[in-house]
Design a protein around this ligand. Structure first.
Ligand code: SF4
Ligand code: SF4
Length: 463
């Protein structure tokens, strides 16, 4: 189909076809065979968050694939307007789940983003923002070094001031977004995690745990709850030394070389331990690690090891679903809304296991969030680089959460927890947010999770 043959609604803006804009290069270009799988049926449109926001064909999966096809055929180049439509995609993969023809949009957008990063011009401010993000978030030690500053900022009351309507208008939306999703900082230092955590009772499995980057700095308690649960269920837990970033943020943003460097390093550090499974408690990291085999497919040194690594990777809920529960659970009487993280539900097809894990806790009522297929707007670094649509999606998710009147919101991804917490807070709702494993851990230990105890809404122990 030529540019002239596109319907007016489907056509990108004319200025988008600047003749100098380059097309795809030959390195891992979006696969024309996958592009051809799309039969333009439009079944994916209702599940696409950007189409839900703007109703614009070119901001739907079908429109974005059409742009890939046209660039691939050399009909148009990667102009600013064309790349903008791809940049605005959250990479949430809801369209992959929705597509009856099995179009691997995930493969297409990943390849496209890497092409965009190599060829599309970015403004200075955009480049600076991305440099800041990628110099910071994949480096836990750098984030830790900033904690005292962030703590002082939050304690000074400046944070409240910055969130006031006047100040918020004065800040660049990207800075406002960063400020808004930052969790409350505590400077209480905890004992570093040991390398080996023995199983309670007879050893059923030996597993290695990914600590994550943002996860180990801001959600250390989730990692500790994961270790306590695994050991209580008869698993020896190993924390491979020297583990760094899994590369998910880089890969999902098209920074292919950087992401693959992180992937190789992680494979190296985990290959020093002999385990039955590699367990991960962050949906975005897990989906990336399960993709290592594909990502490193043409690396002769790593292809085989990467495939073996991916085959062993399990989300914590998926791993526990395969183990007969051994540790008794005490009751936690609460109503929790379970949010499907996109990289768990759409990218890994894991929906039933976290719900089953929660429903096995006596007294716990688990409800789904309406429009559960729609992304919350977090999407890796999306809420930092595309703050406006991200905020709209965050508010929509928060409204949906509030509509089911839960005592708490539960999600298996650090980014979703930060994003939904901020959206709920901005709507004046004091709803605690937790990772599912924190509830399982609390139930096994016979305690009420501190986040629930803090709000004290109808929470009581039965046993
Ligand atoms: S990945 Fe998400 S935002 Fe992107 S096209 Fe698919 S449904 Fe839309
Ligand atoms: S991606 Fe799938 S659901 Fe969407 S238009 Fe193409 S074939 Fe239809």
């Amino acid at each position: 189909m030529s540019q002239a043959e596109l319907s007016p609604q489907a056509a990108p803006a004319p200025e988008s076809h600047a003749p100098h804009a380059p097309g795809f290069d030959a390195h891992h270009a979006p696969d024309p065979e996958i592009i051809a799988d799309c039969v333009h049926c439009g079944f994916c449109l209702p599940s696409c968050p950007t189409f839900a926001l703007w109703g614009e064909e070119m901001d739907s999966p079908r429109g974005r694939i059409q742009l890939m096809k046209m660039v691939s055929n050399g009909e148009i180049g990667m102009s600013e307007t064309v790349t903008r439509h791809w940049d605005q995609c959250l990479g949430c993969m809801a369209c992959v789940t929705a597509c009856p023809s099995g179009v691997r949009y995930d493969r297409l957008i990943e390849a496209t983003r890497a092409q965009v990063e190599r060829h599309a011009p970015r403004s200075t401010s955009e480049r600076l923002l991305r440099a800041l993000i990628f110099q910071l978030f994949p480096h836990p030690e750098r984030m830790r070094a900033l904690l005292p500053l962030l703590w002082a900022y939050q304690r000074s009351g400046a944070s409240r001031l910055m969130r006031s309507p006047g100040a918020a208008q004065a800040l660049a939306p990207q800075l406002r977004a960063m400020e808004s999703v930052a969790p409350p900082i505590s400077l209480n230092r905890r004992e570093p995690l040991m390398e080996i955590h023995p199983a309670r009772g007879q050893v059923r499995q030996r597993v290695a745990l990914l600590l994550g980057c943002v996860q180990r700095v801001f959600f250390d308690e989730v990692n500790r709850a994961t270790i306590r649960t695994l050991t209580a269920e008869g698993c020896e837990v190993v924390i491979p030394a020297g583990q760094g970033c899994c590369g998910a943020l880089s890969i999902h943003a098209g920074r292919e070389e950087e992401g693959l460097r992180y992937a190789r390093r992680l494979i190296d550090s985990f290959s020093r331990v002999d385990v039955d499974a590699i367990v991960v408690n962050v949906a975005g990291c897990g989906s990336n690690m399960k993709d290592y085999g594909y990502l490193l497919r043409d690396d002769p040194q790593y292809a085989e090891r990467a495939a073996a690594f991916s085959a062993k990777t399990r989300d914590i809920s998926e791993f526990l679903a395969g183990l007969e529960p051994m540790a008794p659970r005490a009751a936690i009487v609460a109503r929790v809304a379970y949010h499907d993280a996109c990289h768990l539900a759409h990218a890994q097809g894991i929906r039933r296991q976290p719900r089953a894990l929660l429903e096995a806790i006596p007294g716990l009522e688990v409800v789904s969030v309406p429009e559960s297929e729609l992304c919350c707007g977090s999407a890796g670094i999306y809420n930092l680089i595309e703050p406006e649509p991200a905020a709209q999606l965050g508010q929509r998710k928060a409204r949906n959460v509030l509509s089911v009147q839960p005592d708490a919101l539960v999600a298996s991804n650090a980014g979703c927890l930060l994003q939904i917490t901020a959206a709920l807070r901005d709507m004046g709702a004091d709803i605690p947010t937790l990772h599912p494993i924190e509830l399982v851990d609390a139930s096994i230990r016979g305690i009420i999770p501190p986040a629930l105890a803090r709000v004290g809404k109808g929470i009581a122990r039965l046993s």
